[in-house]
Ligand binder design. Sequence first.
Ligand SMILES: [Fe+2]
Length: 596
Amino acid sequence: MIILGINAYHANASAAIVVDGRLIAAVEEERLNRVKYAAGFPAQAIQFCLNCAGVKLPEVDHIAVPRDPWARLETKLLYAMRMPHFALERLRVMKRFAGIRQDLATEFVIDPAQIRAQFHRIEHHRAHLASAYFVSPFDGAAVLSADGLGDFASSMCAIGEGPGMRILGEVTFPHSLGMYYTALTQYIGFWKFGDEYKVMGLAAYGEPEYLDEFRRIVRADGPLSFRLGLEYFCHQTQGPDMSWREADRTPVLGKLFSDYLEKRLGPARKPDEPLTQRHRNLAATMQAALEEVLVAYWNDLAVESGMKSLCLAGGVAFNCVANGRIFDLTPFERVYVQPAAGDAGLSVGAAFAVQHEILGRSREFQMDHAYWGPQFSAAEISNVTDSVDSSDGVEITQTGEQQLCRTTARHIAEGKIVGWFQGAAEWGPRALGNRSILADPRRPEMKDVLNRRIKHREVFRPFAPSIIEEAVGDYFEKTHASPFMTFAYPVRPEKRKDIPAPTHVDGTARLQTVSRSANPLYWQLIRAVGDETGVPVVLNTSFNDNEPIVCRPEEALECFRRTHMDVLVLGNFVLERKQSAAPTEESAERFAQRQN
Ligand SMILES: [Fe+2]
């Protein structure tokens, strides 16, 4: 039984393939076409999934898309009548979905009649719920999806029981925690699609000074519900202006906050204006108000479901700061967050919804690691390293696994910045030790060094640590697994001096706990770092420089050449730059431009 899940015509386009109940491959289109958050039709991702399963499109039995034009049709029609612009955009998307068979046939150059798969439309939030629960380790759990908007709802919750889910409630447009967070992110001056996590990082520098006002902007509203103060927003009158540019397939989002919000809170920050303490306090308040609502929602869900396990998906599930509080503030004892909790994960969710909810098959798969993307053979990597010659000023050595970890650990301990490219690419937005840039967490200056030499990003954004799971309790105040970097925990006060580089200003860190079973090589490397330094932790940031995370070895080498990394480890090859990796003036200037 072959099921292909496709998230198409939407930001974070992706594909996933499930064969006989097990996930075989999953990848976001952005990793392959190199357009950040790529929207549109994920032709390359579909091709990759088919290749991994060793099948051709006509052999696929079921094709699942996470969108149901018929869901909440009355509400959609009501708003469409009020907002003609929005209605046109919806019609455009619906037309694209109706033509998916033809698009597939065109992309794969076959007659549409050759596609014998049955097509399924899975409602957006049901696909989110499925993306978390059906791949979780739990036989029963409360399940929550919360995002901006999908099929005219912004959240849905359910009880997952065995191979099925029972929906407990939903919150529909225009009330939305995702819209709330995005609107305030724009108001604080961050307008790019996906900028919300920047403001989450900024929040740690402020105090929630404006909480009284924010409780009018968003508030819990009875069991399993919340409301927005709609006068602070304009998406309900002008439409949630989410579309994508056909030309470069980039998602575009219109202004979401109203003039009234500016009247109450003061003028919005323009993107080029300096960040002041007022903006930091606004960010802190925005995060605090979200957490108040989430904590109420989670507790309602714990009561209604009677469950001790919780599964999360939807963009709000990326709020690792809020997630880190679940264990203290709710009865939930175990939490699973799908690594691609945002809309990319819908392809996995839609496929598993077909497997279990439509076909009624039993569960036999857990997503206990995130390495579902492209991987490259030793020969392919060797071809790439062959392109490096003496004029590059790089020394190349090839070594076995154990020596590779020891050598790399020594480089990290010496303060070098190491590109680490191994195995299959990660599923989801986080680099989890296969496409990572690694550095010594003990050096307080490492954050600035990384920013100046490679990442060129805002100084207030924290870097993250990866730690072997056996040592988590030694360094953090909580020990619940965080294999996909979706929780922030307080670092033990006495250990903050040991890992200052990835410890945020509020004393927390968004950690990745690494188990030997999930990623043996990465675990071995971190342990080797522990042997060198006494601290079994590495600073781990994604292998990229303001682009999608590198996917192919060629892209890793190009990023290494373009930036000021000291060492690149490509499979079993170690490439060490022999010339100074100090930043050029041009690079330093780029860094300075991003500072506020
Ligand atoms: Fe979504």
